[in-house]
Design a protein around this ligand. Structure first.
Ligand code: GDP
Length: 296
């Protein structure tokens, strides 16, 4: 991830660093190259525009260009704006509500939603000593509920017993009721995905949301899907309302632009990163570390 972008930016910044004095035109030329590098890495256009405009405004200030080492100063400004674009702070899952805290898991089919649900359950169990109940609301794919049960058993957390014939909303209500009666801290509701966004999916998810009032509605998006990830996030955010994002397949060789655009286009934080197929392959999202990785 980010290798192509890191290489391109590295070349641009090497040239900047080697120059003693910098004119406004030099900065303008370098930023035009940065703009192309970001677009080629699949970063969404509005995010690129805002980013480049922000850096430019800061970098053409007299103090910067007349400073001792203007190249380094410009690179520092790029770094700071990158951190800002990514969201500045690292945010964990919000569990500040009366238990059982409902956490709704959203996303397209194949995004890694079910795996991520199990990963988060394991994380909450081991790090925060939470008693977690996993429930699959996917009544469409015949094996989906069993798949979640297998994963729940693997990570050692409870899963809601499967009752054939219930609708997703009925399962969600039963999960919350079980959570209350059996003293669970967190109830994770893994909703059904689709291959693409459709009205039926959104209506179902809205109905589940209204029935359970989730404290977190986490959208799981596959980083490999590039610009499509932005469309998916915008849609879910506008139609359902999300509180955070989990990017999966960060371990793959995607160009990384989706991860860079998410915060800007949705205004919602990336909270976690999926970095592999194993149930413990989940990491916190640290904007400064990612910015550092991108800038090499
Ligand atoms: P769902 O349809 O959204 O529930 O997706 P699944 O959880 O079934 O995941 C689909 C596939 O992606 C599975 O083979 C997972 O092991 C894999 N997967 C999920 N997250 C990651 C990740 O972060 N990295 C990699 N490499 N694979 C992942």
């Amino acid at each position: 991830m980010f290798e192509g972008l890191t290489g391109r930016l590295g070349d641009i910044f090497d040239r900047l660093r080697r120059r003693g004095a910098l004119s406004e035109e030099d900065v303008g030329a370098a930023l035009r190259e940065v703009r192309i590098a970001l677009l080629e890495a699949d970063v969404a256009l509005p995010a690129v525009k805002a980013f480049v405009a922000g850096v430019k405004e800061k970098a053409v200030g007299q103090e910067v260009l007349r400073g001792i080492n203007p190249g380094h100063m410009v690179i520092k400004i790029v770094h700071d704006h990158l951190v800002e674009l990514l969201g500045e702070t690292s945010e964990e899952i919000n569990l500040s509500a009366t238990p059982p805290v409902p956490v709704l898991m959203l996303g397209l089919q194949g995004s890694g939603k079910t795996t991520t649900s199990a990963k988060i359950a394991l994380r909450l169990k081991t790090r925060e000593k939470k008693k977690v109940l996993l429930a699959s609301l996917d009544t469409r794919r015949p094996a989906a509920q069993e798949q979640l049960k297998v994963l729940a058993d693997q990570v050692g957390v409870a899963s809601l017993p499967i009752i054939p014939g219930q609708t997703p909303v009925q399962i969600a209500r039963r999960a919350m009721e079980t959570g209350r009666l059996e003293g669970f801290d967190v109830v994770m509701l893994d909703t059904a995905g689709r291959l693409a966004i459709d009205d039926e999916l959104m209506a179902e998810v809205v109905e589940i949301r209204d029935a359970t009032k989730p404290v977190e509605s986490l959208l799981v998006v596959d980083a490999m899907t590039g610009q499509d990830a932005v469309t998916v996030a915008t849609n879910f955010n506008e139609r359902v309302g999300i509180t955070g994002i989990v990017m999966t397949r960060i371990d793959g060789d995607a160009r990384g632009g989706a991860a860079l655009s998410m915060r800007y286009v949705t205004g919602k934080p990336i909270k976690l990163l999926g970095v592999g197929e194993k149930v413990d392959a989940l990491e916190s999202f640290h904007p400064d570390r990612i910015a550092g990785r991108i800038l090499g």
